[in-house]
Design a protein around this ligand. Structure first.
Ligand code: UDP
Ligand code: MG
Length: 332
C-alpha cells in the first residue's frame, strides 16, 4: 500500500467481518439485515463481510449469492465441502488479508453484530487484538458442562491460557491478521492461537445471545475434537503425565519392596513365598515402562513442536524506520 499523500486523502479503514456459515438458511436474512444496519450506522469505516460457506446442504449459498448481488459489501467464499468451523474461519481470514482489521464471528447471531463497533473502537484506540468477552453464556446442560470442563482443564494445562469467556468473536488488526495467516500449522484452535500471537490485547464485554434460528451446527463430537486440538497443540502436559505416573508407580514398587522385606525380616510376613517378589516386580516394572513411554513422549512432543513449525517469535516492530514511513516524513 502506498503512503497517504495528505490527511484528507486518507481512505477509511477497511474492516472485514469474517463468518463461517454452515446450513444457516434460517438465520441469514436476519444476519444480513443486522450487519447491514451496523454498517450503515458507521460510515467512517469501509465495511466488508466475507461469508464462508462451509459446504452447506441447504439454501445458504443461494441466499448469500443473492444478497452479495444486491449489496456489494457482502462476499461469498465457497468451500468445496464441509471442512469444519476452524478451517472455514482460516479460509475467510486468508481471503480478507487485504483488510486493515477483521472481525471474526459466528453466523447464528449468538455474537450480536451490534457489538462490532465497540470492537472497532477498541482497535482504533490502539489494541491490535480485541476479544469479545461474554458476561453471560446461553448454553445449558451437557454443552455448558463441556465448555466449563474444557476451560477449566485448558486453563490448567495450557502454556497459553485463554480467557474462559471468550470464543471466536473478536477483532484482529492488520499485523495480527498477517501473523495468523502466516501460521503454517494445520490443527488450528483459534482462541489459543489468538493468545499465542501476542500483541496489545483489549477486551470488550457483551451478552451472548440465544441462536437466532435453526439448530447448533457443531456436533458434540466435533466440539470434543476442537477441545482436544486445543489441549494437545498448546500443552505437552498429557505426555509428561506419563513420566510422572511412572515415577510414582516405580516409587510405590520400591516402597512395597522395603515394606515386605522389613516384614519378612522381623518375622510377621505370612503371605506364601513369591507373593512379595511378584508385587514388587510388577509395580516396579510397570513404573519403569511408564517412565520409558514418558521419555519417548518428551521426544515426540519436541518432534510435534518442530512439525507444527509455529514461529519462535512474532515481531511487533523494530526501531528502524520503515522505507514507507521515511518517505512520509521526508515530505512533511
Ligand atoms: N459452522 C461451520 N461449519 C461447521 C459447523 C458450524 O462453519 O461444520 C458455523 C456455523 O454456521 C456457525 C458457527 O460455525 O456460524 C458456530 O456454529 P454453531 O452455532 O453450530 O456452534 P456453537 O454455537 O455451538 O459453538
Ligand atoms: Mg452457535
Amino acid at each position: 500500500m502506498s503512503p497517504p499523500l495528505s490527511i484528507s486523502s486518507v481512505p477509511p479503514p477497511v474492516v472485514t467481518v469474517v463468518t463461517p456459515v454452515f446450513n444457516e438458511e434460517a438465520v441469514l436474512p436476519e444476519l444480513f439485515a443486522r450487519l447491514g444496519a451496523v454498517f450503515d450506522a458507521h460510515p467512517a469505516v469501509a465495511w466488508r463481510a466475507v461469508l464462508v460457506d462451509d459446504g452447506s446442504r441447504d439454501r445458504t449459498v443461494e441466499l448469500i449469492r443473492a444478497h452479495a448481488a444486491r449489496d456489494r459489501r457482502f462476499e461469498l467464499v465457497e468451500l468445496s465441502r464441509n471442512f469444519g468451523f476452524q478451517s472455514a474461519l482460516t479460509a475467510g481470514l486468508a481471503h480478507a488479508d487485504a483488510s486493515d482489521a477483521v472481525v471474526t464471528m459466528d453466523a447464528d447471531l449468538q455474537d450480536p453484530p451490534e457489538v462490532i463497533p465497540a470492537l472497532v473502537a477498541a482497535w482504533q484506540s490502539g489494541a491490535e487484538v480485541v476479544r469479545a468477552v461474554r458476561r453471560s453464556r446461553s448454553e445449558t446442560g451437557l454443552r455448558r458442562f463441556g465448555f466449563d470442563a474444557f476451560h477449566g482443564l485448558f486453563g490448567r494445562l495450557s502454556d497459553y491460557p485463554i480467557e474462559p469467556n471468550t470464543g471466536t468473536f473478536g477483532l484482529l488488526g492488520r499485523e495480527a491478521l498477517a501473523t495468523f495467516n502466516a501460521l503454517p500449522e494445520r490443527h488450528r484452535f483459534f482462541p489459543g492461537l489468538r493468545t499465542w500471537i501476542g500483541f496489545k490485547t483489549a477486551d470488550v464485554a457483551y451478552d451472548r445471545q440465544e441462536r437466532a434460528a435453526g439448530q447448533p451446527q457443531q456436533t458434540f463430537r466435533r466440539l470434543v475434537r476442537y477441545a482436544l486440538d486445543g489441549l494437545f497443540s498448546f500443552s505437552h502436559l498429557p505426555l509428561r503425565a506419563l513420566t510422572y505416573a511412572g515415577i510414582c508407580i516405580a516409587l510405590l514398587g520400591f516402597a512395597a519392596a522395603v515394606f515386605y522385606a522389613v516384614r519378612r525380616i522381623i518375622g510377621i510376613e505370612t503371605a506364601p513365598t513369591g507373593y512379595t517378589t511378584l508385587v514388587t516386580v510388577v509395580l516396579f516394572l510397570g513404573g519403569v515402562q511408564l517412565i520409558g513411554i514418558g521419555v519417548l513422549g518428551e521426544y515426540l512432543g519436541r518432534v510435534y513442536d518442530e512439525v507444527k513449525r509455529r514461529p519462535n517469535y512474532v515481531l511487533k516492530s523494530t526501531s528502524r524506520t520503515r522505507p514507507a514511513d521515511a518517505a512520509v516524513s521526508a515530505r512533511d
